[in-house]
Design a protein around this ligand. Structure first.
Ligand code: FES
Length: 165
């Protein structure tokens, strides 16, 4: 008789523990789903591709003087020697070819009809009618965001076109 009571208590405790664990497990899953939904909600900026706002990376990822191709956004991020940034659309302003950056020349050379642009995107030679277009940059929380939905045409380089970190 005594043994049966002990076993019954053990079973009762196990059931209680099981229910507690099931309850905690449910709360944990619910919490994780809520956090995942919130994470997705606050991350749309970084998930955007060309045509939206693209997160290029941390400010510290880009050394002064460097030109970095950001493929997802179809632009080059040029960090000037003073630490400011320019986002240059890779699209040639002549007939729209993608313009590669030639590190050895420190210039952009269009393979289609030979237009050449300097690191700020200003036309050095060739048939293109104007410099490479720019995209607006926002620096937030130490990260660089580029709005690839709002290209800016220009006639020349002006330091006011840069964005400071
Ligand atoms: S498309 Fe670049 S020079 Fe013609």
């Amino acid at each position: 008789m005594t043994i049966q009571i002990t076993q019954s208590k053990k079973n009762s405790l196990s059931r209680r523990q099981f229910l507690q664990l099931a309850w905690l497990g449910s709360l944990t899953i619910l919490g994780a789903q809520t956090l995942a939904a919130l994470w997705r909600f606050i991350q749309p900026v970084s998930a955007s591709g060309f045509g939206g706002v693209v997160r290029a990376g941390k400010v510290t990822d880009f050394a002064p003087g460097s030109v970095t191709a950001i493929k997802a956004g179809r632009f080059y991020l040029y960090r000037l020697d003073d630490g400011s940034f320019l986002a240059l659309w890779q699209k040639c302003t002549h007939l729209g070819c993608t313009v590669p950056y030639v590190e050895g020349e420190k210039q952009f050379h269009c393979p289609c009809h030979g237009s050449i642009f300097d690191k700020t995107g200003v036309l050095v030679g060739g048939p293109a009618p104007r410099p490479l277009d720019l995209f607006p940059i926002t620096i937030r929380g130490g990260e660089v965001f580029v709005d690839t939905g709002s290209p800016i045409q220009r006639e020349r380089f002006d330091p006011k076109q840069t964005t400071r970190a």
